[in-house]
Design a protein around this ligand. Sequence first.
Ligand SMILES: Nc1ncnc2c1ncn2[C@@H]1O[C@H](COP(=O)(O)OP(=O)(O)OP(=O)(O)O)[C@@H](O)[C@H]1O
Length: 545
Amino acid sequence: MSSSHTVTIDSVSFPGQPRRKLDAAALWWLSDTAGAVLFAGCLSLLLGDWAAQGRPPVIMPALLAGIVLSGILRAGTQGMAGLSGQRDAISTKRELRTRLIAALLPTGLVRGRLAGEDMRVAIDDVEAYEGLIARFNPLKFAAVASPLLIALIVAFASWVCAAIMLVTLVPFGVGMAFAGLAGKAEAEKQLQALSRMSGLFVDRVATLPVVLAFGAEDRVTRQIGEAAREVATRTMQVLRVAFLSSAVLEFFAALSVALVAVYCGFSLLGLLPFPAPESLTLGRAFFALALAPEFYLGMRRMAAGYHDKQQGEAAEASMAATLQQAEARRPAAPIASVTNMSCLSIDRLEVIYAEDNRVGPYSAAWQGPGLHALTGPTGTGKSSLLHALIGMAPAVQGIVSIDGNGVEPASLSQWVGWAGQRPLLLPGTLGENLTLASREGGADLLPLLEACGLASLIGERSLDLVIDPRGSGLSGGERRRIGLVRAIASGRPILLLDEPTADLDSATARQVIDLITEIARDRLVIAATHDAGLVERSASVVTLS
Ligand SMILES: Nc1ncnc2c1ncn2[C@@H]1O[C@H](COP(=O)(O)OP(=O)(O)OP(=O)(O)O)[C@@H](O)[C@H]1O
């Protein structure tokens, strides 16, 4: 049995996908072209008729009103496009964060990822995705559709001008494709560097007391400095590619307008070095010329948002990979029930930290209720084995069974009360920490705390004693006993205890052993221990070597 599953990248879909879908923002961007055509039409009619008749045309007020209206229309459509894209992005980000947090939180420990890296994915990557959804995707649709629409409309006035515009598209497309490929690779490298730096920073800050205690400030500062320099180098690379692609775009946009202008000018003056392919009037020439800059406008807008695309796609890849990793480690569905008489057994169980760092294989069987000791020299794998039984080990091979039925180790976790060597404490009161996993309130906890020798700690403040996540103000032995009481208070039929009597003086250790023995009357208790007193009281002893 293996705890890892295969999840392909294709199975991870994003709310923003498919990216080519025709959304409202894309249609708003496209309708901006209508404003441009209205402007060009009114302007060319005004100037063309004026030039032909030698006086302002009678419909001049209507044409001027049309020009003003086109400006208002364009401002309105661009504003609506921005709003609509932003709305899409907000709902996409909300959906993504919900998915990521739901997948990352329960699997963070077993994936062995730095908390800072996971946090960066759920916060920064999702944020980096915004530009792709809000701006780039809608602009991309308009960038493809609007030049074709403009070329088609211009063709009615001058098919040669339309052809000139379309011909400049070919080398432009090739240049942009190369710039795009290079840009994507650079953006991915930039995100990786950013990820490393954020992870390093958050985790070093989290371990600041240790860093200070060992005088490692200089080394850590150097490490973070190197990571920051790497981010800066990668960012410069991304910017270089972005500048290159905008240079390609601007060149062809300018070339297209220049060629249309030269053709129209020479054609009107009759100076073309070849027979005129069409008869061009001033009005038509003006119409084509006014729309020439619009031909590349959609692409220029898209290019301005190209950095959004690079960032968004790199973030998408990073989120997909993280989700894939988390999906592969999704906790197994809990098994229906475990009775307190259950027999828990392992067969050739191996914990795999790396190919060359394996613990086991070990086989054993524990019958409940009863107390069972797991012993063996330091480093033989007692903690690893217990971690494997609650699905906290990175990868596991072998068989875990309850009453002879093979189960996923992680599916046991709902039935297991766990007290590790460094119990996790959350900010809040002692009572809140102790009742984390219990169904009942804290009323029954005081006798348990007293039985563990914690009466003097709780004193008058009782369960309202405030503790912080680092457990400041608590000794190692106190923290360990809080973890033990929490596991017992969970009421779960199986208790896995990792060195419950370490850090305790012999009198307190005896109290704790008495309590564990009492509890083991109606539960299956497995305790990893070096304590001869605890081993003595155990119904069975499994010794790892
Ligand atoms: N997170 C980890 N990553 C890589 N290797 C690990 C990890 N945790 C434990 N190991 C390795 O697994 C082996 C067993 O460690 P484990 O803590 O399970 O031993 P133990 O018997 O509980 O030791 P002790 O009695 O000191 O608590 C050790 O060689 C240790 O280096």
